[in-house]
Every structure is written in structure tokens, then in C-alpha cells.
Design a binder for this molecule. Structure first.
Ligand code: GDP
Length: 210
């Protein structure tokens, strides 16, 4: 067990920010053949999750101000796998045009990026599922993209509330039987649930390697 965790940490230890791109078409080609992405409403905790996975607090910029990231951020892990941090959707305080352009950017990437193997849709456990999440779930389902849900910031809710959120999300997932894979729970300050997410992402790379 200790060795497995050490191997995982070694794997994620080598990480770098490749850049920010305003379209998937602008991402430079590379030898890396597989990637997964994080999507979710603005401020859901995508950057914090990425930093917790890589144990690099400076890798992705976290922010208290929602709606800051407006581009596709590419992070290379161990020269073997990309993790993509997509802009947050559903942020009310930007113009309608900006919101629409963001959705186009996200959907274009998800629909057309051949390397994309898995989508992690993050939900803030205190906020729960919103209409903009349902739109995204429907979109993923319509383009047959496999996805998992990560319920973030679980330190902010009680155990009972977490059970409630889990049950309601799993019930909703009955609508997405073909594409929904799993549900994870995370808390980045005490690293809860991080190891499990590290393992699953590492597994995607390993599967592709065979
Ligand atoms: P992003 O916009 O989705 O990338 O979200 P960030 O990672 O920048 O996080 C938004 C805010 O949520 C920041 O103030 C983070 O410190 C906070 N946050 C992220 N993860 C957690 C968590 O697990 N627990 C708590 N309590 N706060 C978190």
C-alpha cells in the first residue's frame, strides 16, 4: 500500500503547466496520447483538485473570485498524460455573450478532442446540482462521453447531507446509464478522496499503455 502510494506520488510529482488555449485547435500536438478533463461550475474547486492530485499547490491558480479562468488550461503529468482544466460555466456575473462563448469552447473541446478519455464533472457538495450541470450532463450523454462525478468540498457539509447528495446524484445518474461511470468525494485541505482520484486517473494512462 505504502509502495503503491509512493509510486502514485512519483507519477504525479512530475507535472507542468503547458499553457492556456482559447480553442482545442490551438493545443500543440505532443507525444502524450491520453487525457482527462475537469469541468464544473465556476468556483467548484477544479484548480484545487488538480493541485491536490499533483501535490503541487502552485500548479493551477486557485481563486476566490469565480469566473476567472476563461481558457483551456493544459497540464502535463509525467510526460504521459494530460489533465485539462476547463473554464467554469454557469457564472452569472459575466455577459451572456461571454457565457455562450465559454460553452462553445467547452463543448467544442469535449466533442472534438480525440485524446479525451474521461471527463470529471465536479459538483460543489454544498451547492448541489444546478440546471447548468444538467445541461452539461445532457451534452456529455449526447456525445457519448464517459464521465464521473466528483462531489467537492465535502468538509463544508455534514455526513447526513453528504449521504443525501450522494443519493440524489446517483438517482439522477439513472438518466445517464450509458456514460456515467462513478462518483468520488473530495476535500482538498485534508486530502480526503484524493488518493482514489489519483489511482483512477493513473489507471486511464496504464490502460492506454497496454
Ligand atoms: P475553480 O474555479 O473551480 O478552479 O475553483 P478553485 O480551485 O479556485 O476553488 C474555489 C474556492 O474554493 C477557493 O477559495 C478554494 O480555496 C475553495 N476550495 C476548493 N476546494 C475546497 C475544499 O475541498 N474545501 C473547502 N472548504 N474549500 C475548497
Amino acid at each position: 500500500m505504502a509502495n503503491t502510494n509512493k509510486n502514485l506520488n512519483n507519477f504525479y510529482n512530475s507535472n507542468k503547466f503547458l499553457g492556456s488555449f482559447s480553442s482545442y485547435k490551438d493545443i500543440p500536438s505532443s507525444v502524450i496520447e491520453i487525457e482527462c478533463c475537469f469541468i464544473g461550475r465556476s468556483n467548484v474547486g477544479k484548480s484545487s483538485l488538480l493541485n491536490a492530485i499533483t501535490k503541487n499547490r502552485k500548479l493551477a491558480k486557485t481563486s476566490k473570485t469565480p469566473g476567472r479562468t476563461l481558457s483551456i488550461n493544459v497540464f502535463e503529468i509525467n510526460n504521459k498524460l494530460n489533465i485539462i482544466d476547463l473554464p467554469g460555466y454557469g457564472f452569472a456575473k459575466v455577459s451572456k455573450t461571454v457565457r455562450e462563448n465559454l460553452i462553445i469552447l467547452i463543448e467544442d473541446y469535449i466533442k472534438n478532442r480525440k485524446k479525451l478519455d474521461h471527463v470529471f464533472l465536479l459538483i460543489d457538495s454544498k451547492v448541489g446540482i444546478k440546471n447548468s450541470d444538467i445541461d452539461m450532463l445532457d451534452f456529455l450523454n449526447n456525445c457519448s462521453k464517459k464521465f464521473s462525478v466528483v462531489l467537492t468540498k465535502i468538509d463544508k457539509i455534514s455526513a447526513n447531507h453528504m449521504e443525501f447528495q450522494k443519493k440524489s446524484i446517483l438517482s439522477l445518474m439513472k438518466n445517464y446509464r450509458e456514460t456515467f461511470q462513478n462518483i468520488y468525494f473530495s476535500e482538498t485541505k485534508k486530502n480526503k478522496g484524493i488518493n482514489e482520484i489519483q489511482k483512477i486517473i493513473y489507471g486511464f494512462y496504464k490502460q492506454n499503455e497496454i
